[in-house]
Design a protein around this ligand. Structure first.
Ligand code: PNW
Length: 500
C-alpha cells in the first residue's frame, strides 16, 4: 500500500513538474496546410489536373460528403490576407505545400505555368515581409494526372520527373525558401493510393503496388536531395528533409510475441522509409526484406514483392535528409496475427501484426485518431535510439472534431501532447527543434471531405467568402508560442473556461 502511495505521489510530482518545462529559446513553432486541402482554384489560370481533382470529380461517392477541393478554403485568392492571421498567431514558420500541377500543368518541366510561379512568389514574399519563414513541402499527395496515366508512383520513371520538378522549385524559390520537405507521409499516400484504395488514385494493389510506390518515392527523394546538395546548397544555404508519419506501436501485452509484433509493425510501417534514409546501413529494414521475401516465395511469386535497391541507390538515399520531419497523431496496440487472418498478399499479413486501439481511449471525429499522449513520447524516444538522435521537426500533430469554436477537446490534445514533447526533450534528451500544429484552418480532409475539422481557425464552407474564425484553441496555441510553456489554466477572455 505504501509503495502504491509512493508511486502515485512520484507520478503526480513528475507530471506537475513537467508543466514547468519550457520550450528551448530557439525552438520553432508553426502551423501547416497542404495545397489540395486549402487552395481551391483547381483550374485557375493554367493549372493542370491532378489525381485528387480526378478522383473527386469522377468518384465523388468515395468522399463522405461528396465534396471536393475545387474551392476549399479559397487560399488561391486569400493567401495574402491569411498571412495576417499567421502573424497574429505568432508562428515562426508556415508549412504549406506546392501544387505540382499549378507549377507544371502536365507534370513535366518543359512547360512552366507563369501564374503558378506568381502565386507562390507573392505568398512567399508576403510571409517573409511579415517575419514568417516559409517551410515548403514539394509533394503533399497531388500527383499531376498525366503522370498517373503513366502508372503514377509505381512507374520508376516518375522519380526523375520529380527531380525535374524539384529543380524548378529550387530555381524559382530557393533564394527565399531555406526549409524544404520533399514528401509528406509516403506511407500514407502509397498505402492509401496503392494498397487500400482509400486515397487517390484509389487503386487496390495490396502487398504489391504499395511497395512499388514507396520504392519510386524513396528514389525520387534521394535524387531531389542530391540535386540540392550538388547544385544549390552552396549558394542558397538551405536544408532539405522528408516527412515520415508514424503512430506509436505499443505491444498488446508483455508477451515476447506481442513485443516482437509491435517492433515488426513499426519497422515495416515507419522503418520502411526511415531506415533507408536515417540508419547507418541504409536500405529497407532487414526484417522487412526478410519477411516479404519469405511470404512472396510462399505465395508463389517468382521474386520478392519488395523491390531491391542497387548499391548506388542505397548510398544515394542513405543520409539524404538534413532533419527528420515527423508527423504523429495517435497510437495502436499490436499483437501477432492469428492464423488465417486477412487476405495475402497485404502489408499487414507481411508484417504479421494486428494493430488496434483501446475502446476507452478518447476518440476524435476521425475513426483512426484516438488521444494517447504517452505514445508520442515513446515514439520520440524510439527514434532517438534507433537513428542516433537525429534533429526532429514535428511537421504535423493535431486533433479533429466537428467544428466547435469552444474546442476544449482540441486544447486538451495539444496541451497533453506538447507536455509529452517537453518530457521527451528535457527528460529523455530527444533532439526536437520544432513543432507544427495541423492545421492552420479547417480544410478538405481527403476522403472525409469537410466532415472532419482539424483547424485552429474555423472555416465556413457554406459562405462564398470562406470566412475564418479563430477557435478557442487558436488563443491557447498563441499563448503557448508567446510563453514557450503549456499552461492548463490559461483561458482566453472570450470563452468560458474548459474543464480538464
Ligand atoms: C495527415 N492515419 O494524414 C496528412 O498529412 C494531412 O494531409 C491530413 O489532413 C492530416 O494528417 C489529418 O488526417 C494522415 O491513419 C492520415 O494514421 C491518416 C493517418 C495519419 C495521417
Amino acid at each position: 500500500m505504501r509503495l502504491i502511495l509512493y508511486i502515485t505521489t512520484l507520478l503526480c510530482a513528475c507530471s506537475c513538474y513537467a508543466q514547468e518545462y519550457a520550450f528551448p529559446p530557439n525552438f520553432q513553432f508553426g502551423v501547416a496546410t497542404a495545397a489540395y486541402q486549402v487552395e481551391g482554384g483547381w483550374n485557375s489560370s493554367g493549372k493542370g489536373e491532378n489525381i485528387w481533382d480526378r478522383l473527386t470529380h469522377t468518384r465523388s461517392e468515395l468522399i463522405t460528403d461528396g465534396s471536393n477541393g475545387d474551392i476549399a478554403c479559397d487560399t488561391y485568392n486569400k493567401a495574402i490576407e491569411d498571412v495576417q492571421l499567421l502573424k497574429s498567431l505568432g508562428v515562426d514558420f508556415y508549412r504549406f505545400s506546392f501544387s505540382w500541377s499549378r507549377i507544371l500543368p502536365t507534370g513535366t518541366a518543359n512547360k512552366i505555368n507563369p501564374d503558378g510561379i506568381r502565386y507562390y512568389n507573392e505568398m512567399i514574399d508576403e510571409l517573409l515581409a511579415n517575419g514568417i519563414k516559409p517551410f515548403a513541402t514539394m509533394y503533399h499527395w497531388d500527383l499531376p494526372q498525366p503522370l498517373q496515366e503513366l502508372g503514377g508512383w509505381p512507374n520508376s520513371v516518375i522519380a526523375d520527373l520529380f527531380a525535374d520538378y524539384a529543380n524548378v522549385l529550387y530555381e524559382n524559390f530557393g533564394d527565399r525558401i531555406k526549409d524544404w520537405i520533399t514528401f509528406n507521409e509516403v506511407g500514407v499516400f502509397c498505402g492509401g493510393g496503392y494498397e487500400s484504395a482509400s486515397m487517390a488514385p484509389a487503386y487496390n494493389g495490396a502487398g504489391f503496388g504499395v511497395y512499388l510506390c514507396g520504392h519510386t518515392v524513396l528514389r525520387a527523394h534521394g535524387k531531389a536531395y542530391r540535386l540540392y546538395e550538388s547544385k544549390y546548397k552552396a549558394s542558397q544555404g538551405g536544408r532539405v528533409g522528408i516527412t515520415i508519419d508514424s503512430g506509436w506501436y505499443e505491444p498488446a501485452s508483455e508477451s515476447p510475441v506481442d513485443i516482437e509484433a509491435a517492433e515488426t509493425a513499426i519497422q515495416m510501417g515507419f522503418g520502411w522509409f526511415a531506415h533507408p534514409i536515417f540508419s547507418t546501413d541504409g536500405d529497407y529494414p532487414p526484417v522487412m526484406k526478410q519477411r516479404i521475401a519469405q511470404k512472396s516465395a510462399e505465395e508463389g511469386f517468382s521474386r520478392s514483392r519488395l523491390p531491391e535497391f542497387t548499391s548506388e541507390e542505397i548510398a544515394e538515399i542513405r543520409g539524404s535528409s538534413d532533419f527528420f520531419g515527423l508527423n504523429h497523431y495517435t497510437t495502436n496496440r499490436c499483437t501477432i496475427i492469428p492464423d488465417g487472418w486477412g487476405t495475402p498478399p497485404s502489408q499487414w499479413t507481411d508484417a504479421g501484426a494486428l494493430c488496434s486501439q483501446d475502446a476507452d481511449w478518447e476518440p476524435s471525429a476521425s475513426s483512426w485518431l484516438k488521444v494517447v499522449p504517452w505514445g508520442f513520447r515513446k515514439l520520440l524516444v524510439w527514434i532517438k535510439n534507433e537513428y542516433n538522435n537525429p534533429e526532429v521537426v514535428v511537421t504535423e500533430n493535431g486533433f479533429s472534431d466537428r467544428g466547435e469554436l469552444r474546442d476544449c477537446r482540441r486544447i486538451n490534445y495539444y496541451n497533453s501532447y506538447l507536455e509529452q514533447l517537453l518530457k521527451a526533450i528535457h527528460e529523455d534528451g530527444c533532439n526536437v527543434s520544432g513543432y507544427t500544429a495541423w492545421s492552420f484552418m479547417d480544410n478538405f480532409e481527403w476522403m472525409r471531405g469537410f466532415t472532419e475539422r482539424f483547424g485552429l481557425y474555423y472555416v465556413d464552407f457554406n459562405d462564398p467568402n470562406r470566412p475564418r474564425t479563430p477557435k478557442m484553441s487558436y488563443y491557447v496555441y498563441k499563448n503557448i508560442l508567446a510563453t514557450k510553456r503549456v499552461d492548463w489554466k490559461y483561458s482566453p477572455d472570450s470563452f468560458d473556461e474548459c474543464e480538464f
